[in-house]
Design a protein around this ligand. Structure first.
Ligand SMILES: [Zn+2]
Length: 500
């Protein structure tokens, strides 16, 4: 079949490294950008009119959870640990169809808000299966955005993960907490190995990753088994790294050192490794990440929402660590709006004691949310930039939308003013997956009906589990508040070697 050649003409295009948007035509061949040419110079190609459009690289979400799509708005004033305590009822009793729907909702929201690729840490309780991984991949294929699908796995329960927590419960509640167990490592890892062995989606479209969810929730043997599986299939690996003060203190108690130092000891750090959140890491940890080529996913909205604190990403960037931007999942942070995540990335960098020229500005925030996130997904050089050789992943905004009228400075307006409302068209791999505000491949009214039915059924099915975890919540809250406060008393820089 001959490669289809198109020219996107008449648009204002945000090119890398140029201060303002430029009038250029984009020549697309197959799924990639073939050339950027002066307007009107190509006449022998299918013409796509982009008059009144600002064309930017599709935004890339470096950290989310597709399983959150059915869970938006389920909690309010809860810390990360209260969220983890609630996890069994938020994500329990789901069928493969529910997992598909949840991922689809997340993917649609990302797409509508200008995002063309994501890193999805997907919970599949009690164990991932080959079928559930295929279903989740199908959701991304149906919506038409790229994804890394990393099963979010652990071989310890939340209650086993936090040193001292089980002992803090009275006997009846301890017995209840002890009933919540994970499956065996083999039962969790074998289906991922099977799925990776026969994965049919192209690696640059929908690829598998692996996500030992939080290091404290995984035995060392489990973490190294994940490492080996990632190496066997060249899969990216992501974990929640020092997301809360509780995790920093708990790591010190369990490992005698920091989370990053412990992961380093297990041979985890390397170019395929990314850490999400990284609020509670010290300079020595940043140096380790920089030295080994690990990347970070910055989730400022989630960090604020769960009260975990503010990650100082200038410190990491200055040390040479590549940083992408994420929204986190809808059951923790609740929307999937990369414009908001970008804006918050810029704004929260300003609360530290630094001069304005060290703050994260609009251009840098946009770079993080495109090329930075592309590196986290292991797709550097493929996506995140409007340049020849890159995939034709383009987000087109309406230049007549009030957010962009008048257009004083495209980059600054995208980061500081835009909220996703001006997004009209999105192309992924040379194909429109959002066209003039409509989703051409999806029967949306049917999806709405199925999502409502699923939410109602799951609420009823998980009611007993919800009541059980709500009985545990006061102890979790009290114990973790105390443990988290201890993080402030730890030295700013912990020794890398546990024996030091
Ligand atoms: Zn997360």
């Amino acid at each position: 079949m001959p490669t289809i050649r198109s020219v996107i003409t008449g648009g204002l295009v945000l090119l890398p490294d140029e201060p303002t948007a430029s009038h250029v035509d984009i020549v697309v061949e197959g799924d990639s950008i073939a050339a950027l040419v002066p307007p009107g110079t190509i006449v022998d190609a299918r013409r796509i009119d982009a008059a009144n459009r600002l064309i930017i690289p599709g935004l890339i979400n470096a950290h989310t959870h597709g399983h959150g799509g059915l869970g938006k708005g389920v909690g309010d004033r809860w810390s990360l640990e209260l969220l983890l305590n609630a996890g069994p009822w938020i994500n329990g009793n789901r069928t493969d169809e529910d997992r598909y729907l949840s991922t689809l909702l997340s993917a649609v929201e990302m797409l509508r808000k200008g995002c063309t690729a994501c890193y999805d840490l997907s919970a599949m309780l009690p164990v991932p299966t080959v079928a559930s991984l295929h279903n989740i991949a199908q959701a991304y294929a149906d919506v038409g955005i790229r994804a890394v699908i990393a099963p979010m796995i652990a071989d310890r329960s939340f209650y086993q993960a936090i040193p001292g927590l089980l002992d803090a419960f009275p006997a009846d509640l301890r017995a209840l907490a002890q009933t919540m167990r994970t499956a065996s490592p083999d039962a969790i890892l074998a289906p991922i190995d099977d799925a990776a062995s026969e994965w049919a989606h192209p690696r640059d479209t929908i690829r598998l990753g692996i996500a030992p969810t939080i290091p404290l929730h995984c035995s060392d043997e489990f973490i190294t088994a994940c490492r080996d599986l990632a190496a066997k299939f060249d899969m990216p690996l992501q974990t929640h790294l020092a997301e809360s003060p509780v995790q920093r203190t708990a790591a010190q108690r369990r490992y005698g050192t920091t989370l990053t130092a412990h992961l380093h000891r297990l041979g985890m750090l390397g170019p395929g490794f990314s850490g999400a959140h990284a609020i509670w890491i010290d300079d020595a940890e940043i140096e380790l990440l920089a030295r080994h080529g690990g990347t970070l996913a910055h989730n400022p909205g989630s960090n604020l929402r769960l009260g975990n604190g503010i990650a100082d990403m200038r410190r990491a960037i200055a040390a040479g660590v590549t940083v992408g931007v994420g929204t986190d999942g809808s059951s923790s942070a609740d929307n999937q709006n990369m414009f908001e995540a970008m804006r918050l990335s810029a704004f929260v960098s300003r609360v530290f004691d630094r001069a304005p020229d060290e703050w994260i500005g609009a251009a840098e925030a946009l770079h993080m949310a495109t090329e930075g996130s592309a590196a986290v997904l292991g797709m550097s050089g493929l996506i995140g930039r409007i340049a020849p050789g890159y995939k034709a992943d383009l987000t087109c905004l309406d230049l007549e939308h009030v957010n962009l009228v008048p257009l004083n400075n495209a980059r600054q307006q995208l980061v500081n003013a835009e909220d996703g409302m001006a997004v009209r068209d999105v192309m992924v791999g040379g194909r429109f997956v959002l066209r003039d505000g409509a989703l051409p491949g999806l029967d949306w009214p049917r999806i709405v009906g199925r999502a409502r039915e699923a939410a109602e059924r799951l609420t009823a099915a998980n009611m007993a589990m919800r009541e059980a975890t709500e009985r545990l919540a006061p102890v979790v809250e009290h114990f973790c508040l105390g443990l988290g406060r201890c993080a402030h008393d730890l030295p700013r820089r912990l020794p890398l070697d546990a024996t030091a």
